[in-house]
Design a protein around this ligand. Structure first.
Ligand code: GAP
Length: 515
């Protein structure tokens, strides 16, 4: 299948804008880097994915490795919590990325995101290759073209010549080179070498002030993860609900991180939503639940339509684990901008008793669990599947994006029907001869249960195309025959096949297919 020139990611971003999935935030003011708004179709898709997660976690929790039903309850905690929360959790002291500033352009970069490579060229009329300098660019699919462009410019400046192939496969980044090499790097947007500062830690938490005085005592933080709210309410939940260990607490909500280099559309942004669950268990069962939740979460992503081969379990090496973790696996996805590599979608971490112990220490509140049956007390261990809802929507869009020139709309979205923003389009074949009346009646009937759209404008092909781009699984057309035999045509988005279905069976037909 021939593909248009633009990269898959650029096409997904432009489809999202054109069809109202995702817009740049504050666009009329020129936008705000790292902030995106979800439009009418996007918010619907996001809510459907969130509801599927909540359903699988809280409403119909799975059966555990012990064969018993898992118990998980929900929580909705505040974005702003007591500032000590973030001291206890380690975010005030350590939630930082290494960043560098460019003295020439005044731009700031996350040091591990800047790939560096020495580039060589053979000057005109010469045989021997000479260095053009140490170039740099933000890694990702734009990096090779950024390197090539810069190298060409430098070669021209040096009198012309042939730039040798630039292999970025195993290139260094600003954290893996020595200071003397860094001092010779030409920054990603700079003209001259040696303008990048030494990498310095940069705390990612946004802060604000509570009350009328703006001083250190009134300083608060916007949460960088939803998880800590769960630890803070763990005791209230044990004391006021019937949960007994093992059990989980799930939460969906906004988190904020002042990312140094937000990028790749909604992959890394400064305001996003997370779907996190803290699973509390006896210390001796921690590893068992960790393995269970990794497998369960991989299975769930498949259940919402992600192909097995596009998911990867990345087991974090022992030496790279946080000091409190006994095991962490990232569930990764094959994004168009990371391919052939995978990028993080969700992290499943065995956090031991670290968080509760820290909060017990800082709050001076006893957070031990009392196991009456076994006559023992202990701080529970925690296994945490933490996924991004915003990033999950990106995965739905990347996985769903299809290109097929033979179709009414070459670009279309193959989203799992139950998650699709619009379930059915209802059309009169022509806007006369009694067809609109029947189609409108059907539409009014269906919209009692499903998000539907009535469309009578333009050719039927254009209407199919509009629905395909929105990922709508069914298009229902009322035609001349309908008036005689009370049957309509239902077109299936994935196969483009049509079948005749009785008017009074359309609703049950859709219900059956919405899996
Ligand atoms: N409580 C653990 C925690 O927050 P994390 O790996 O930092 O772990 C969990 O975040 C998930 O949240 C990530 O796997 C990702 O899906 C999402 N996420 C994190 N930072 C993000 C950002 N800046 N933009 C979009 N999603 C992000």
């Amino acid at each position: 299948m021939s593909q248009p020139d633009s990269s898959v990611m650029n096409r997904i971003v432009s489809l999202c804008k054109r069809r109202g999935f995702v817009y740049p935030a504050s666009e009329i003011y020129g936008g705000l880097n790292g902030f995106w708004d979800f439009g009418p179709l996007g918010v619907q898709l996001k809510n459907n994915l969130r509801d599927a997660w909540w359903h699988a976690m809280v409403e119909c929790s799975p059966t555990g490795p012990d064969g018993k039903p898992v118990s998980i309850v929900g929580l909705d905690s505040c974005i702003i919590q007591h500032p000590q929360t973030w001291v206890a959790s380690g975010h005030v002291g350590g939630f930082a990325d290494l960043m560098v500033d460019c003295r020439e352009t005044k731009l700031r970069y996350r040091a591990d995101h800047v790939v560096v490579k020495e580039v060589f060229f053979v000057p005109k009329g010469k045989q021997e290759a000479v260095s053009l300098g140490i170039l740099s660019a933000l890694d990702g699919d734009e990096a090779p073209s950024a390197f090539a462009k810069k190298a060409k410019k430098l070669a021209q400046k040096a009198g012309g010549g042939e730039v040798l192939p630039i292999d970025l496969e195993k290139a260094d980044n600003l954290t893996t080179i020595s200071p003397d090499v860094r001092d010779r790097v030409i920054g990603p947007d700079a003209e001259t070498a040696g303008t990048l500062t030494e990498p310095r830690p940069f705390n990612l938490m946004f802060h604000s002030y509570v009350g009328v005085f703006q001083d250190e005592d009134s300083k608060v933080y916007l949460r960088p993860e939803t998880a800590q709210g769960i630890f803070l309410q763990y005791k209230n939940i044990v004391d006021t609900s019937r949960v007994r260990i093992p059990f989980g607490v799930a939460q969906v909500g906004r988190s904020f991180r002042n990312e140094v280099t937000p990028r790749n559309f909604i992959f890394r942004v400064r305001e996003f939503e997370q779907m996190e669950m803290e699973f509390f268990c006896p210390p001796e069962d921690g590893m068992m639940w960790y393995e269970f939740w990794v497998a369960e979460r991989m299975r769930w992503w498949e259940s919402v339509g992600v192909k097995k081969e596009n998911l990867f379990r990345h087991i974090i090496a022992k030496e790279d684990l946080s000091h409190y973790s006994r095991g962490t696996s990232d569930i990764e996805y094959l994004y168009p901008f990371t391919a052939p590599n995978f990028g993080e979608l969700e992290g499943v971490a065995y956090r031991t008793d670290y968080d509760l112990t820290q909060h017990q220490k800082f709050s001076k509140t006893n957070l031990e669990y009392i196991d009456q049956e076994a006559s023992r007390r202990y701080i529970p261990h925690v296994v945490e599947p933490a996924s991004g809802l915003t990033r999950g929507v990106l995965v739905m869009l990347c996985e769903g994006y299809q290109y097929d020139e033979s179709r009414a709309s070459p670009e279309w979205l193959k989203i799992k029907p139950s998650l699709a923003p619009i379930k059915a389009g209802v059309f009169p074949l022509v806007n006369k001869d009694g067809m609109p009346e029947v189609a409108e009646k059907l539409y009014l009937d269906l919209r009692k249960n499903y998000t539907c759209q009535y469309d009578a404008k333009q050719s039927i092909g254009k209407r199919y195309a509009r629905m395909d781009e929105a990922g709508t699984p069914f298009c229902i057309t009322v035609d001349g025959e309908t008036l005689k035999d009370q049957n309509v045509t239902i077109r299936n988005r994935d196969t483009a096949q049509q079948e005749r279905v009785a008017l009074d069976k359309v609703s049950s037909y859709i219900a059956q297919k919405l899996v």
